[in-house]
Design a protein around this ligand. Structure first.
Ligand SMILES: [Zn+2]
Length: 299
């Protein structure tokens, strides 16, 4: 059975959790959130985000317990294997994207990632896995994984909205300054572009602002990239019925259930202090124009 992985690239706080959960309502699609953190957050317990989207601890969730067990070599404990996986991942970071486009890293991460995708498909019966991890290096790596059809969505959001989101304290993750967020925004988006340039037939770019303003059209575009026959899970009024999910980390809106309107979060317009706003605009300027955002911040 063919297996497609739709990998979301771009910088954090760009709406990948929302996009993934909406896509997961399409037939045969499962959204796994930021899968890359399954071992670090889930098994090793680093950080405060060790719960699955179903509410259980990741190691106690039936899906992830089954996947972790299937992927772990028989001669390793779960913790020893997780520590090994995290070490392998360190050689496959965003800064390594260009190298990985040419050749996969020479360690166990490619095989582990492929085995994890296969285990998820086996456990869920899904034919499409949406991975919202946002590491361009892993989006590049997909091409080297046998038996996996790769698709990529490069999700972009106004860097000033993203900077504001990072300035607001959140229980599940740390804070970043506006320059720190914006430099990461540049790096993650530039590497996402490099992957898309290398594989133009399997990639599309989507702006968060376009997703939330016309979610039905944006989701139709992504389903088209997947060759998915539909139906489109977004109703004509822009709402979506969200069922349960088994997502690894991500925005707390992954716990939303039931009829959910999709609306733009525009709080940053009045809330991002002028100094941070100016710094962000200046740093992001080259890509700001490319992505169609105005200097004054109203795309
Ligand atoms: Zn779960």
């Amino acid at each position: 059975m063919s297996l497609t992985v739709l990998y979301i690239t771009g910088w954090c706080r760009s709406g990948s959790t929302l996009l993934g959960n909406v896509l997961a309502e399409a037939t045969g699609v499962v959204h796994v959130g930021e899968l890359r953190f399954l071992w670090l957050n889930g098994v090793l317990g680093t950080g405060s985000n060790g719960r699955c989207g179903c509410g259980a601890r990741l190691t106690e969730c039936p899906l992830w317990a089954g996947v972790l067990g299937a992927v772990r070599p028989a001669d390793r404990t779960l913790a020893a294997h997780a520590a090994e996986v995290v070490r392998w991942q360190a050689a496959c970071r965003t800064r390594h994207t260009h190298r990985i486009l040419r050749r996969p890293p020479d360690n166990g991460w490619p095989e582990t990632l492929a085995a994890t995708y296969r285990a998820i498909a086996d456990q869920t019966g899904a034919r499409v896995i949406v991975d919202g991890s946002k590491f361009s290096s892993d989006a590049a790596l997909l091409t080297h994984l046998p038996g996996i059809e790769a698709r990529r969505v490069h999700l972009v959001r106004d860097p000033r909205a993203v900077a504001w989101s990072w300035l607001v304290p959140k229980a599940y993750t740390g804070r970043r300054s506006a320059p720190n967020s914006t430099l990461h925004w540049l790096g993650f988006n530039l590497t996402a572009e490099a992957v898309a340039r290398a594989h133009p037939d399997t990639a599309l770019r989507l702006r968060y602002e376009d997703l939330v303003r016309d979610p039905r059209a944006a989701v139709a575009q992504v389903l088209g990239l997947l060759g998915h026959p539909g139906p489109n899970p977004v109703a004509p009024d822009g709402g979506v019925e969200l069922g349960g999910n088994h997502t690894v980390t991500g925005n707390p809106n992954r716990f939303a259930r039931g009829r959910t309107p999709i609306e733009e979060d525009r709080r940053w317009h009045g809330a991002l202090p002028p100094r941070q706003r100016a710094t962000t605009t200046l740093l992001a300027l080259p890509l700001l124009r490319r992505y169609g955002y105005e200097m004054r911040g109203r795309p």
